[in-house]
Design a protein. Structure first.
Length: 521
């Protein structure tokens, strides 16, 4: 029953996340068309990274991981009214911190803009960063609201929030960009649309939060023992995520050092990873934290272990073929999605496909981390993931420098992508070893065997899929672009069918199909 409920919740969330990711893909295709992998594309990528760092830090990261287990614990032990009072106090504290950070950041960026030796690209990057900084207030509060609704087992509205951002950016690029010839002006409109989207993302949560019992009146957070507990738990987690997110920013800056094109090339290849990652791993991870927290509150570690094992197996069933598919078809995927006779050209395709090939193996690793970390957080251990993340950051930084120094110019960014995968893989092993010490142990041999079975089926899938793709590529459908889309689309659909046929006796596939069947009734 628990497994079916999780699969249904993850399925609902995954379905809405699918809509969001598809719209995100359309958004990225438009960014590629109008900005490409030139300097302006990279300027937007770097500027947009900064408010998103704070979103991961204060919204979806340390606060979410430390607050949700305590919120659920208070609700279980003292009732909903006490839990919502706690949320009110934490929301007040978060708002104060975000406003302060935004004001300080605006001052710092304004000072940096006064430097005389700034390049034109540097000026544009700082200008749009200054425009988008207020977005961090709205998106962090929105992420906090998402966490609250997830803790109440309400996943629909939080899943709609990212859709609003994508719709705003798509509307800006399709309705406003064609009327503006100057590219720098286009990027300023895009920056303002991000801020407007943040306001909408926060607003959409308010009615349901009020219905659940939330109160938005500021409330003193002093002398509340639960707030102190959250801050104590947040301390190491904040440090760990801050180090990780600082590393992301450093990666972007190192990429600029490689060339104006590199941050954009890494960004577009990353987006191909986030589509399946968001559909499955993020959906499961979001559903799992409240579930794990409830199991810990009831002191049922056996149930937690069984839930985690089942979730990892379901993830492997989907992510192994997705990984092999992305690696095998990296060039046609990038070419079909982004090369539309705009600013994104054949050279852009080659650069992005190289990075995607090296990012692809990370899909399994990133997904596993998204499942294991919520289990550790639910056990109120925020210290261990931090210590591991610091090691991951150090390894990643060293590998990035080695890529920068020793790889050929147009392979350096691919080396950076693989550095991320290798360092995160080390982190996954450390997390797995740790979780096995504090819950009934997971059978790693059984997981490896399961992974190997999926790999064999996935390789059969892509070998047959490549034959299908080569055959279809010789057939002309109306136009060259339509032929590309048709060939790749049919290949992907038939490959999925082949994999499903090869996995017909797989227990994860049977469970997923049963959950889908029950949901459709």
């Amino acid at each position: 029953m628990q497994a079916n409920r999780l699969l249904k919740s993850a399925g609902t969330l995954g379905g809405l996340t699918f809509v969001s990711r598809v719209l995100g893909l359309v958004r990225d295709m438009l960014i590629a068309f109008f900005l490409g992998t030139n300097g302006l594309g990279s300027a937007f990528v770097v500027a947009f990274t900064i408010p998103n760092l704070f979103r991961r830090l204060f919204g979806e990261g340390a606060l979410f991981a430390s607050f949700i287990p305590i919120f659920i614990e208070v609700r279980e032990n003292k009732g909903s009214a006490s839990a919502w009072k706690l949320a009110q106090r934490v929301g007040t504290l978060l708002s104060f911190i975000l406003i302060l950070i935004t004001i300080i950041s605006l001052i710092v960026v304004t000072i940096l803009m006064q430097f005389q030796n700034l390049t034109p690209l540097g000026e544009i990057t700082l200008s749009i960063t200054r425009i988008m900084l207020p977005y961090l207030i709205f998106i962090c509060l929105s992420a906090f609201a998402m966490g609250l609704l997830n803790a109440c087992n309400h996943f629909i509205i939080p899943a709609l929030s990212p859709i609003l951002l994508n719709l705003c950016l798509i509307a800006t690029m399709t309705l406003i960009f064609p009327k503006i010839i100057c590219q720098p002006k286009q990027i300023y409109f895009l920056a303002w649309s991000v801020v407007f989207a943040g306001i909408l993302q926060l607003s959409i949560h308010i009615p349901m939060l009020l219905k659940k019992g939330a109160n938005f009146k500021p409330l003193s957070f002093h002398n509340d023992p639960n707030v102190r507990r959250i801050l104590i738990l947040m301390g190491p987690a904040t440090l760990g995520i801050a180090v990780t997110q600082f590393n992301v920013l450093i990666d972007r800056l190192i990429a600029i050092w490689i060339g104006d094109w590199a941050p954009a090339a890494l960004f577009f290849s990353e987006r191909m990873i986030y589509l399946p990652l968001g559909l499955i791993a993020t959906a499961l991870g979001t559903v799992l934290l409240p579930t794990f927290s409830e199991q810990v509150a009831k002191e049922n570690k056996q149930a937690l272990s069984e839930t985690l094992i089942k979730s990892i197996n379901h993830m492997l069933y989907i992510m192994v073929p997705a990984t092999i598919g992305l690696l095998w078809f990296s060039v046609p995927i990038i070419k079909t999605l982004f090369e539309w006779n705009g600013e994104f050209n054949s050279e852009s395709t080659k650069l992005c496909a190289r990075a995607l090939m090296f990012y692809a193996p990370g899909l399994i690793i990133f997904s596993a981390n998204k499942l294991i970390v919520p289990a550790i957080y639910a056990l109120k251990d925020t210290r261990t993931p931090v210590l591991i993340s610091i090691r991951v950051v150090i390894i990643n930084f060293i590998l990035n420098l080695l890529s920068l120094w020793f790889l050929p110019e147009y392979w350096k960014h691919a080396g950076m992508a693989f550095s991320t995968v290798l360092s995160e893989g080390f982190g996954m092993i450390m997390l797995f070893r740790h979780i096995n010490k504090i819950i009934p142990p997971i059978n790693s041999i059984a997981l490896l065997k399961n992974t190997l079975h999926h790999l064999i089926k996935a390789f059969i899938m892509v070998i047959i899929g490549s034959l299908i793709f080569n055959l279809l590529s010789n057939v002309s459908f109306f136009s060259e672009k339509f032929s590309q889309i048709s060939s790749l689309g049919i290949t992907i659909i038939l490959s999925i069918i082949i994999y499903a046929f090869l996995s017909k006796s797989n227990p994860e596939q049977i469970e997923i199909f049963k959950a889908i069947s029950k949901k459709s009734r």
